[in-house]
Design a binder for this molecule. Structure first.
Ligand SMILES: [Zn+2]
Length: 63
């Protein structure tokens, strides 16, 4: 289930495009580290990160 990020006006990159740090295509938005990134790309990365965190959690717990 994809995690949907809530991005307000602070994620608007100012109206000029810069290459997205995830896919390299022009992005109008910035992520919370103020790097150019599409919202869908940030969501995909956040999903992967939370899956990794969940895997680490289970590895620790099962040990
Ligand atoms: Zn992108």
């Amino acid at each position: 289930m994809p995690r949907l990020l809530i991005w307000g006006p602070e994620h608007w990159g100012g109206g000029h495009t810069r290459p997205c740090i995830t896919c390299g295509r022009p992005a109008l938005l910035i992520n919370s580290q103020r790097q150019p990134q599409h919202k869908v790309c940030a969501e995909a990365v956040a999903d992967a990160a939370s899956e990794q965190a969940a895997t680490r959690y289970h590895e620790k717990r099962d040990r």
